[in-house]
Design a protein around this ligand. Sequence first.
Ligand code: FE2
Ligand code: FE2
Length: 165
Amino acid sequence: MFSQLNRSSGEIVQILMTIGYDQYVSWTPELSVSVEEFDSQHQVLIGLIQKLYGAMENGEGDGVSTQIVKELIDYTDYHFAVEEENFRIYGYPDAEAHIAEHQTLLKKARELYQGLEQGRTVLSNEILDFLQDWVMNHIMKTDVKYAGFFNNRKIQIRDRAASSR
Ligand SMILES: [Fe+2]
Ligand SMILES: [Fe+2]
């Protein structure tokens, strides 16, 4: 997956090592997309991955982990919707490709969740790596591209409870 990145794979691995890829993934300023609201939403996403690691480490049942994966997908769906709404409001030029990437990520994540729910997939470190990669790569490779665009623009954050997605 690293080979598809614009940043060199060595650079990405370096960043992942800095943020503790081998253990817990955590938000650091290197992950900043220079938009406060989106940085805080990314922190929530990373927090959910940490929660998942924690549940696995503590030997919680599969049901608990699967529920956290569901939470992660739901929050990601909401976060993507907020990004996309602001792309629309401000006419972000790279919106189309960015939204396509969101859809691919959600599709993969939903397949993963279905596998877990139906017992076809077992939550393993491999899956955690995938989730981590999914969130981190997207933030570092794709979200970071809007950093300059949203500079000084007021981000509209919809109420999550009222969100239709
Ligand atoms: Fe994002
Ligand atoms: Fe995004």
